[in-house]
Design a protein around this ligand. Structure first.
Ligand SMILES: [Cu+2]
Length: 589
């Protein structure tokens, strides 16, 4: 655990070119993240924290790098608060070569100037300065915090935030561990961003091969195979582009440990263990399972849900899930988190004693996106229309050109569903428009659901929390998730942040139905600051979400009550998508 032992400042500077003035040699992980630590149960909440963002060493699998950790570690300290308390969090920026640093309290309902987004909530924290956040904690559960300044989150500015409820937990357990998943790279994030801007599939070494072509010909026939590949070509993307940045540069971490470092949580057989999964990755959606154990999902995004028993769940970037597990045998179990694109994994171990482990399972084969499955095929039944900028053939330029749209899906709420999207220009900013987006909250998502296991779907989430907001919808609004992936342009409503004419307007305390329509071929975890999104999944009590993983060709609607006036960030939580323009300001007035 001595990340500092062999680290001279000279070699540090040589490797990084960064002058690390006054850098202290620090213990690389905070107590909460250490293997076989006693977990949260042994700790007490505090109402005051000092957090310092600075350059600090990190050692992953024997390799040394430089992080922008909090209080010297990646992840940072556990911020453990109590519901109802007035808290003070002093955040200092010691990154002397930055424009600013920042901390955003992800999923926490705060006044706008406490939200921590430079350029939206405040000006950020200039080098050498301290910003004092003060707010009353109005909720409980599992959350996290992270930088909202450029790529600091990629280099380690994040940590778990847990809030003890004032009236006790809605379920019982014997042990309580945060499980923070993240993606670490030794590459400079500015270089990663450059690479994927120049070549969208720079980190995709998993392209389909000639052998795949002949396999497809055998299964689909020659003409269909060629037609399918032409369709993909016209959309300028590859069916295996499941993640822009992959295990080829990332080491996936669990509580700061690589798979080999094997973070371990202890239990006594017969106990109930609470695991608070937090996806603090910048770009990686994970599929999580504990082979041999059922997991009972009891909270989503910090809010209680009616318990759902599953074998596996997908956790989008920035989401959190609390699960209970009840290992009865005296044996070790893998906590296994595979990246959605199967380019890598991280894992830890649940064990009755330190040092036990079982070999992790094999990675499953990478899923292949099929036009059919995301509704871009099936042209005959005309369920999903797609317009493409560069379509030279008429065969996919179909809906809105005389054909009758299909009956609306009754699961999509509202009298008319989302507003049709009519971008000014199809081509540069928007490469494709889905005319009839599909309700997909009942689907586990690409690569899941075919192993004979029970996989969590959004339709399973039924809130077990009080419902404080009006049920009458005052207004509807549609936001389109758009991209031209070849040019690495990511946007809302066809315009990246810098091209938007102004913010989206929400009215204070209105009940708004927000439709999110994903016109791209990727999953995007969409995050709204400062207020809950209650996802309309058919439940009688709608689950509260701060981040919704939207599926390609899909529509999600959420009911929102904007409880605080001010400017709020609304964005894709894939860090490089956000920086590429999938970001907007929501003004509540
Ligand atoms: Cu995105």
């Amino acid at each position: 655990m001595s990340g500092c032992k062999d680290l001279s400042r000279r070699s540090f500077i040589k490797k990084t070119g960064i002058f690390l003035a006054g850098m202290q040699c620090v213990w690389p992980l905070p107590a909460w993240a250490l293997s076989t630590s006693p977990g949260i149960e042994q700790r007490s909440p505090k109402s005051s924290y000092d957090l310092t963002i600075g350059y600090s060493p990190i050692t992953i699998d024997g390799r040394e790098g430089v992080s922008t950790g909090v209080n010297g570690s990646v992840p940072g300290p556990l911020v453990y608060l109590r519901e109802g308390d007035d808290v003070t969090l002093r955040v200092t920026n010691e990154l002397m070569d930055t424009k600013h640093a920042s901390i955003h309290w992800h999923g926490i309902l705060v006044p706008a100037n406490m939200d921590g987004v430079p350029g939206v909530s405040y000006r950020g924290i200039p080098p050498g300065e301290t910003y004092v956040y003060r707010y009353r904690v109005k909720q409980a559960g599992t959350y996290w915090y992270h930088s909202h300044s450029r790529f600091q989150e990629q280099t380690g500015t994040y940590g778990p935030l847990v809030i003890l409820p004032k009236d006790g937990e809605p379920f019982t357990y014997d042990r309580d561990y945060p499980v923070v998943l993240s993606d670490w790279s030794f590459e400079d994030p500015e270089a990663i961003f450059r690479h994927i801007n120049i070549l969208g599939d720079y980190y995709n070494y998993q392209r389909r091969t000639v052998a795949d072509f002949f396999k497809d010909v055998r299964e689909m026939g020659l003409l269909d195979t060629i037609a399918e590949r032409n369709a993909w070509g016209n959309m300028r993307m590859s069916p295996v582009d499941l993640a822009d940045v992959t295990g080829h540069t990332y080491t996936f971490l669990m509580n700061g440990h690589s798979a080999g470092m094997n973070w371990t949580a202890l239990f006594n057989p017969g106990e109930t263990i609470r695991l608070r999964f937090i996806n603090s990755s910048t770009m990686t959606n994970f599929d999580v399972r504990i082979p041999g154990l059922d997991m009972e999902v009891v909270m989503a995004d910090g809010k209680a849900v009616k318990p759902v028993s599953v074998h596996e769940f997908r956790i989008g970037v920035a989401e959190t899930y609390d699960v209970l597990v009840r290992p009865s045998k005296d044996q070790a179990f893998n906590i296994f988190a595979e990246s959605l694109d199967r380019s890598g994994y991280t894992r830890g171990t649940l064990a009755p004693r330190a040092g036990m482990h079982v070999p992790p399972p094999a990675l499953r084969p990478r899923p292949v996106r099929q036009l059919e499955k995301i509704g871009m095929g099936g042209m005959d039944d005309n369920i999903f229309g797609v317009m493409m900028g560069d379509m030279k053939h008429g065969d996919m330029q179909m809906d809105g050109q005389g054909k009758q749209p299909k009956q609306p899906d009754p699961r999509i709420p509202g009298p008319n569903g989302p507003e049709p999207f009519k971008p000014d220009d199809i081509g540069v900013n928007v490469i494709m428009v889905v005319n009839n987006p599909r309700y997909r909250l009942d689907e586990p998502g690409i690569g899941l659901g075919e192993d004979g296991w029970r996989v969590l779907v959004y339709d399973d989430l039924v809130s077990a929390e009080p419902q404080p907001y009006s049920t009458t919808v005052d207004r509807e609004m549609t936001i389109n998730i758009t991209a031209n992936m070849e040019r690495y342009m990511f946007s809302f409503d066809g315009r990246k942040f810098t091209e938007q004419p102004g913010p989206y307007f929400f009215r204070h305390n209105e009940r708004l139905r927000l439709f999110l329509v994903n016109h791209t071929m990727m999953e995007h975890p969409i995050h709204l600051h400062g207020m809950w999104m209650q996802m309309e999944n058919g439940a009688d009590k709608l689950p509260f979400k701060h981040t919704i993983l939207t599926k390609p060709g899909g529509v999600v609607s959420a009911l929102i009550t904007p409880i605080e006036r001010g400017d709020w960030a609304f964005h894709c939580h894939l860090l490089y998508h956000m920086e590429a323009g999938m970001f907007q300001v929501v003004r509540v007035a």
